[in-house]
Write a protein that binds this ligand. Structure first.
Ligand SMILES: Cc1ncc(COP(=O)(O)O)c(C=O)c1O
Length: 463
């Protein structure tokens, strides 16, 4: 039952309130959940969050090892961002796309400033990551006059029809064939399960990178270089395995794009905003893409926002010809206020440097975990972007869950973590470690203690 409550805060505002024990039942009755079989959803009813923790309605505390949806980069409940949003909502809560505002001018300048070499000087704001990628694809097609988009199999680029077509992983397959046409996929430089190097695992990194670049160039040739508008890649692959490109790979992709007049788009929706210890992951290889798409850490999820930052030359292609696309909520002032405040917080608190500094701590914890547990096949990390790959057999690398499925062991592991106050993301046979970037060494260790115990479930399945 809905209960009206009058709140006294200077002016009296009318609020609808609900008792905590009604939240779950009402949600189950009325909410349609994404990525879920509706009969099976059992959501955590979250009440409040602060720093690296959140609490449910029963006041149970969870350590957030996934930054909610890999997005709360500066941590929960930062008053500086909340205040900026409140002030913006009070001053001007919306302006039409064709207008401009103080916060729009400021946010676009600040985003341009943090791009590599400050070179992506034009910014198109979207609502999230999927539509950032959709718009980047349109921009690349308009700019080149070409149609095809090359992306990798182990990629996720969003759930709208174009972004889903670009996605390589099985989330795309269920929607086929009714997706955007023109996407061609290629293989990822995924060393642990490299198709090309099963019998040659000790190949030098440079040769490994070369093989995958040759594979990409072969595909470019087969498809016809003159038909390819863009290569769109996650700089460090997120949910599909924290795949960190080998040295030389990113530079090689850039060179191929230059050679064939292809636009290079870096999807930094998950890997951006300090996650890897740099503002954007491409900076690890000193590569300048033609466009960067971003979302998540752009506002640390205090409000929905995505963006495409592009070289001025791409934008100039639309100087005389209109860009035939738009969004009612592009540059929403409250979201932009969150972005401006979030970037300021990241600068003031040196969040990117903190993530870089904590990277070796995470690496050590992951390595120790790998040494202690026979079910750990490999661990990988860069900055505070980490993964544990679980296997039934280290020699054959048989995954702890089949491709695109879970398994009783993975379910038990996740349940143990949740029951013990550790919130993390498991994907098939992997466990992702993607905490808020403000996490301390003690808090990381606190989570790893729970994970260490949880891995007993997967260790039992080792052959
Ligand atoms: C790399 C990457 N690109 C795009 C997206 C889509 O972003 P959104 O869910 O905001 O549409 C995601 C979301 O997880 C992502 O990880």
């Amino acid at each position: 039952m809905l209960r009206k409550r009058l709140r006294k805060s200077g002016k009296e505002a009318l609020m609808f309130d609900l008792s905590d024990d009604e939240i779950l039942s009402l949600s189950k009755e009325h909410v349609f959940y994404t990525w879920s079989a509706q009969a099976k959803v059992n959501p955590i009813a979250v009440k409040r969050a602060k720093g690296v923790y959140f609490w449910d309605v029963d006041d149970r505390r969870y350590l957030d090892f996934n930054s909610m949806t890999m997005c709360v980069n500066i941590g929960h409940g930062d008053e500086r961002v909340i205040k900026a949003m409140q002030d913006q909502a009070a001053e001007l809560s919306y302006a039409a796309p064709g207008m401009t505002t103080k916060v729009r001018a400021l946010a676009s300048k600040m985003v341009a400033e943090i791009t590599p070499r400050q070179a992506l000087t034009k910014v198109l704001f979207t609502l999230g990551g999927a539509d950032a990628n959709e718009n980047a694809i349109k921009l690349a097609r308009g700019y080149t006059g070409r149609h095809k988009i090359l992306t990798r199999y182990r990629s996720y680029h969003g759930a709208t029809a174009g972004a889903m077509a670009a996605t390589g992983d099985p989330r795309r397959v269920v929607w086929e064939p009714n997706l955007m046409t023109g996407v061609v996929h290629f293989l990822d430089p995924y060393r642990y399960r490299s198709t090309f190097h099963r019998t040659n695992p000790d190949l030098p990194e440079a040769e490994f990178a070369r093989d995958y670049l040759n594979h990409l160039e072969e595909i470019i040739q087969y498809e016809g270089p003159g038909t390819i508008a863009a290569i769109l890649m996650e700089s460090v692959t997120g949910t599909n395995g924290i795949i960190i490109p080998p040295e030389g790979y990113m530079q090689g992709v850039r060179a191929l794009c230059d050679k064939y007049g292809i636009v290079m788009i870096s999807d930094e929706v998950m890997s951006g905003f300090g996650r890897t210890g740099k503002w954007f992951a491409v900076e690890h290889w000193d590569v300048l893409p033609d466009m960067i798409t971003m979302a998540k850490g752009l506002t640390s999820a205090y409000a929905p926002l995505g963006a495409v930052a592009m070289k001025p030359g791409i934008a100039a292609a639309f100087n005389e010809t209109p860009f035939e696309s738009g969004l009612t909520y592009t540059s929403h002032p409250v979201s932009l206020a969150a972005a401006v405040a979030n970037i300021n917080v990241m600068r003031e608190d040196q969040i990117v440097q903190r993530a870089a500094g904590m990277g070796p701590v995470l690496k050590r914890l992951l390595t120790d975990l790998g040494e202690a547990h026979p079910s750990v096949g490999e661990v990988r990390s860069i900055g505070l972007f980490g993964i544990v790959e679980l296997v039934k057999d280290r020699k054959t690398k048989e995954p702890m869950a089949p491709w695109n499925e879970s398994s009783p062991e993975m379910i038990a592991l996740k349940k143990y973590c949740l029951d013990n106050g550790l919130f993390l993301y498991t994907h098939w046979h992997t466990v992702l470690i993607i905490p808020p970037l403000i996490i301390s060494q003690e808090q990381l260790e606190e989570g790893f203690k729970i994970l260490d115990k949880a891995l007993e479930f997967t260790d039992q399945a080792v052959k």
